[in-house]
Design a protein around this ligand. Structure first.
Ligand code: PGA
Length: 267
């Protein structure tokens, strides 16, 4: 049986004082579910505080990104050892917002601006391997845009992103990775992917892992769904055979909503 993993991606939200309020309000919700893995991913500047605040709880913390080099002349980058030292167990890798693929594009995000969010399959792979080498568990995000879905390429996009991320990764390492199927069109839009379809695409990721590493590894890999997960759709999504958890954005910033999603996890 794979353990359910519910992660909150705070994105560009959460000063230390915000985190104090939010994490205090979540204490009892976290304590009520020692059977699942809860992860909180605040911005870098709040990680140390969150690590201290959650030290006695059953929740772990994760970074939202990392750089693949350990140190050097790479202004503003953060490495796996730095995240590890501050108390991270997890790190999100290849989130669509780091790949320049936004569910809700900003009007000023023309191509030149989007290039700033420059993750590609190749950098995602470098980051994933750096995370593993640094003893962090990657939460590796994959997912199609609306136009890719409309053109019928969902399965190939997701499958290709999965295999590209895993290049050079051993079976043993792969079995410990968390994947997150995050259809870009569902992120921050309030438009959730239907549970049957989300489960089907999570199954595509599992199949791909199975093709690359065998059935044992495929069985072990945890696969989350992410994209407009809310209290009212969480139970349906989390009850599906190929969905082992949720990567929650907006709703993870509201204590009552995140608590309800945690409570909706199957026992
Ligand atoms: P959302 O974001 O829940 O706000 O749609 C999910 C994510 O980007 O991980």
């Amino acid at each position: 049986m794979r353990q359910t993993i519910i992660a909150g991606n705070w994105k560009l939200n959460g000063t230390i004082s915000d985190a104090e309020i939010l994490l205090s309000a979540l204490e009892s919700a976290f304590a009520a579910r020692p059977d699942i893995q809860i992860v909180v991913c605040p911005p870098y500047t709040t990680l140390a505080f969150a690590a201290q605040k959650l030290a006695e709880s059953n929740a772990k913390i994760g970074g939202q990104d990392l750089f693949w080099k350990e140190k050097g002349a790479y202004t503003a980058q953060i490495s796996a050892p730095m995240l590890k030292e501050i108390g991270c167990t997890y790190v999100i890798v290849g989130h669509s917002e780091r790949r320049g693929r936004f569910g809700v594009p900003e009007p000023e995000f023309n191509e030149a601006v989007l290039a700033y969010f420059g993750d590609s399959d190749i950098t995602v792979n470098l980051k994933l391997k750096a995370a593993l080498a640094g003893g962090l568990i990657p939460i590796c995000c994959v997912g199609e845009t609306l136009s890719e879905r409309q053109s019928g390429s969902t399965d190939s996009v997701v499958s290709n992103q999965t295999s590209a991320a895993l290049k050079g990764v051993s079976a043993e390492q792969a079995s410990g990775i968390v994947f997150a199927y995050e259809p870009v069109w569902a992120i921050g839009t309030g438009e959730v992917c239907a549970a049957v379809e989300a489960d089907r695409v999570c199954g595509i990721i599992r199949q791909k892992v199975g093709k690359l590493y065998g059935a044992d590894t495929a069985e072990k890999v945890q696969i989350q769904y992410g994209g407009s997960v809310k209290p009212d759709n969480a139970a349906d999504l989390l009850g599906r055979p190929n969905i082992d958890g949720a990567l929650v954005g907006g709703a993870s910033l509201k204590a009552a909503d995140f608590a309800a999603i945690i409570a909706a996890s199957p026992r």
